[in-house]
Design a binder for this molecule. Sequence first.
Ligand code: AMP
Ligand code: TRP
Length: 344
Amino acid sequence: MTTFHERVFSGVQPTGNLHLGNYLGAITKFVALQNTHECLYCVVDLHAITVAQDPAVLKSNIREVTAAFIAAGIDPKAHIVFNQSQVAEHAELAWIFNCVARMGWLNRMTQFKEKAGKDRENASVGLYAYPTLMAADILIYRATHVPVGEDQKQHLELARDIAQKFNNDFAQSIANCGFGEAFFPQPEPLIQGPATRVMSLRDGSKKMSKSDPSDYSRLNLSDDADAIAQKIRKAKTDPEALPSELEGLASRPEADNLVGIYAALADKTKEDVLREFGGAQFSGFKAALVDLAVVKLGPIGAEMKRIQTDHAYIDAVLKDGADRARIIAAENMRAVKDILGFVR
Ligand code: AMP
Ligand code: TRP
């Protein structure tokens, strides 16, 4: 078995309305992993254009995600923060992966089916091929660990399948080129904790998402204390008091969601939260959640907005990160070309 240097990679799309799901499902995990791993965090602008984007808005969204990373506590000097389009090797490896992945694999991707909707004929080819680019993002750095929300699990499985098929198809050449038994690692998804799938505040059966037309469905990272308080107070609940045991949340998606949010923000388990609030009415629990959310999210949102206005600083962070990412990516791309038999 080839052993790989441990490296973390993850990405967030610059598609506006960064929300609590992005923060709890992904960004807080990114922050924690900095203590134990070498990390690359990428603003995936090439993924964003799989659906129509206004160029001016896209640019502003790229800076917003970068500012959110930094405001949340990602250190762009100790680790690498950059936007995808500045490192051409992502797109280059994605093409190669388009020739490794099978149509049948991509046809199974539920996110494509959801995003393309009924009018599949009119979806971009990029939206269909999106998961091969995601696999390339990870594997161009031969990254071993990928913190993501639950919704990305299937895409991570596809990335593992691509890595494995590449390793199998080119096993002889990989060995001949001096890489032993495998060139790509099997990247491991890191999907843990009480908020891997944060649901809409208006409908506990729907994921909290950037594209929900109702702003009341999500807590945006840019929301101020008043907006946070209002949205939590208006969040859908049921008439029952909170249960004392986890089983009591089973058929209560809205209650389950709010408890999960509280737990993640307080860095506790859902069991801990129910021990504290079991038997309480939602009015009291929501008031506590408002206080907690304002304390935890308020400063990050304010800092994000402050950093976001400093374009020169943000653009320098992204360029520096891209320059450092490219060194790793270029070396791996040269190896892939040798493995495939390209002349260089
Ligand atoms: P995206 O906004 O689709 O680029 O997602 C960025 C990251 O946030 C990914 O790791 C997603 O899995 C995660 N994420 C998005 N929405 C949610 C949600 N509602 N709950 C938990 N994680 C989420
Ligand atoms: N597809 C991910 C999302 O929408 C974003 C993403 C792109 C990503 N490339 C990645 C996440 C690589 C992890 C690793 O949420």
